[in-house]
Design a protein around this ligand. Structure first.
Ligand code: ACK
Length: 218
């Protein structure tokens, strides 16, 4: 029936409370503002702007599309594998509408996306589907040793023409690479370069973000 077809959401996830959206959004903007002025970044500017250009305004480069959230299960209205099972999981039902405290431990930037890495607690991992980091799901070679939950992130922005699903893939790719070269100590933490325009800032102090576990229908 139509009701059954439309009863599953586009995705489940943690949605940052509105005051936290502002805080995280501002931190991300400050980071981008600083990053594109660093000599280390300018040295690799061609990753973002092409050979001819000498500058890129990262704040303009990325656009934000959705309310800030950390997707747990992409259901695609029930069409995605495991969507119905996820929605029926007693932990999912019990947690629905509850507020959690997410720990944002890193910010990362690639020519495609900018995002925040979320380090999930044991309790939060109970809401994380088992197959999210599988190679068959991700489509890029992912080392089997990446722990469950490695893909957890908040998409902060995407380059023109890039879909938000890319952010988690970019994060997984960075995590499979050897640790990048430390290029700069910033106020927020240490910045590393992973080649091909991939940057990751490990936060000295993780950002604690209150977020409601819920779903998005669109
Ligand atoms: O930034 P995100 O985690 O990446 O949040 C959005 C949200 O669902 C709605 O677009 C995520 N998303 C889209 N497609 C997929 C997919 N195939 N697998 C996992 N997450 C997805 C997207």
């Amino acid at each position: 029936s139509l009701l059954e077809e439309t009863s599953l959401p586009l995705y489940f996830g943690w949605f940052l409370l509105s005051s936290v959206q502002v805080k995280v959004g501002c931190t991300a903007m400050d980071f981008l503002k600083t990053l594109d002025t660093l000599e280390a970044f300018k040295k690799h500017i061609a990753d973002f702007a092409g050979q001819a250009e000498k500058e890129v305004d990262l704040e303009q480069y990325f656009e934000t599309k959705e309310t800030l959230h950390c997707t747990t299960k992409f259901c695609n209205y029930g069409k995605a594998d495991g969507a119905k099972e996820y929605a029926k999981n007693p932990v999912v039902k019990k947690s629905y509408g509850s507020v959690f405290s997410l720990s944002l431990t890193a910010l990362f930037v690639t020519p495609r996306t900018v995002g925040a890495r979320v380090s999930l607690t044991e309790e939060q991992l109970q809401l994380w589907p088992a197959d999210t980091e599988k190679e068959s799901e991700v489509g890029i070679p992912v080392s089997a040793s990446l722990p469950v939950g490695s893909r957890a992130h908040i998409t902060l922005g995407c380059a023109a023409g890039v879909e938000p699903v890319q952010t988690g893939l970019d994060l997984l790719q960075i995590l499979t690479l050897p640790e990048g070269e430390a290029v700069e100590e910033m106020e927020l933490g240490s910045l590393r370069y992973y080649g091909e325009g991939r940057w990751m800032l490990s936060l000295r102090e993780p950002i604690c973000a209150a977020a409601c576990f819920s779903s998005f229908y669109g």
